[in-house]
Design a protein around this ligand. Structure first.
Ligand SMILES: Cc1ncc(COP(=O)(O)O)c(C=O)c1O
Length: 303
């Protein structure tokens, strides 16, 4: 009962996805990736994720040797081939990665290849956040700064994430359950280690500009839902002050969609409960995808 994956043109069990230690994806983090999830077995906003993947490929000058349409078809095929295993886990996370491949004799990025390409599924790890919908989480600002677009633009999705690892470790020293929040060199809030961030102040949804954050697909969904619900959204520079004094705060990312933030740097946000607009967005999202996101997470949550 193993999941079937696409790996360099073949269909293999997940356990046979192997990365050569001389592949530059492993050797020097020369790799981009994407992560989606399914709702009732249908991949959410797959085309947008594939478009973002190809923007990451363009920026890094990695050639996947597949067209976006082929990558999209392969991704859907991976989900189809595993559909019979979905009832046990609720829904799937879908992962694509593309590395630049192995070095040539002169160890230069421009001579490397062919690329290593894989698409696979795994169960959504509902257990990581199911309780957070009611309790909210503690956002902790880390001393680790986001990359600036002058070094490695945070708009690309790459496994070069040592700064995120360091932020997670540092925040765990303060609160083992804390969720890191990074800032840019100017001290503006950017994003978390795998999520975008939002505040609500006086009925307005506020989020950092995309200068130093991933252009989250879930972030885009919040823009769309807010438009439908007639709630104004602004993208602007935000400081820790704005977080501490917000009426609501939440993170967005692919699997949980919306995660309420009820505490920031040990300060309770408003009344310390998930806020009404946060919950309204979550409900509207559930309605759009045709399942109750919170109920599903609670039903399938495992430690
Ligand atoms: C650094 C970072 N920011 C934001 C996000 C949220 O993006 P999305 O909503 O597309 O999952 C992710 C997702 O993994 C991420 O890695």
């Amino acid at each position: 009962m193993e999941y079937t994956a696409y790996f360099n043109g073949s269909w293999v069990p997940n356990s046979e996805i192997r990365i050569d230690p001389f592949d530059r994806g492993f050797l020097v983090g020369d790799v981009v990736f994407e992560t989606e999830r399914t709702f009732n077995g249908k991949v959410f906003r797959l085309r947008e994720h594939i478009e973002r993947l190809y923007r990451s490929l363009t920026y890094t000058r990695i050639d996947s040797e597949l067209s976006p349409e082929e990558m999209l078809d392969i991704s859907e095929e991976v989900v189809r081939r595993n559909e019979h295993l979905r009832s046990d886990v609720g829904d799937f996370t879908v992962h694509q990665f593309v590395t630049r491949g192995k070095n040539g004799p002169r160890f230069r990025a421009r001579d490397a290849g062919p690329p290593t390409v894989s698409v696979r599924v795994s169960p959504v790890s509902f257990g990581r956040y199911a309780e957070a919908y009611s309790s909210g989480v503690h956002g902790v600002i880390s001393r680790v700064r986001s990359y600036s677009s002058e070094s490695l633009d945070p708009k690309i999705k790459t496994y070069s994430r040592m700064h995120f690892n360091l932020a997670e470790m540092e925040v765990a020293d303060i609160d083992p359950e804390g969720w890191p929040i990074l800032t840019d060199l100017g001290g503006h809030l950017t994003e978390g280690t795998s999520y975008n961030m939002f505040l609500v102040t006086d009925g307005v949804i506020r989020t950092p500009t995309d200068r130093a954050v991933l252009q989250g697909v879930s972030r885009g969904m919040v823009f769309d839902l807010a438009r439908q619900l007639d709630i104004p959204v602004v993208e602007e520079d935000l400081q820790p002050y704005d977080l501490y004094t917000a009426d609501e705060a939440f993170f967005t990312t692919t699997s949980p969609c919306v995660v309420p933030v009820t505490k920031a740097d040990n300060r309770q946000i408003a009344d310390g409960k998930p806020g009404p607009i946060t919950l309204q967005l979550l409900a509207a999202w559930s309605e759009t995808v045709g399942l109750d996101i919170v109920d599903q997470a609670l039903m399938y949550a495992k430690d």
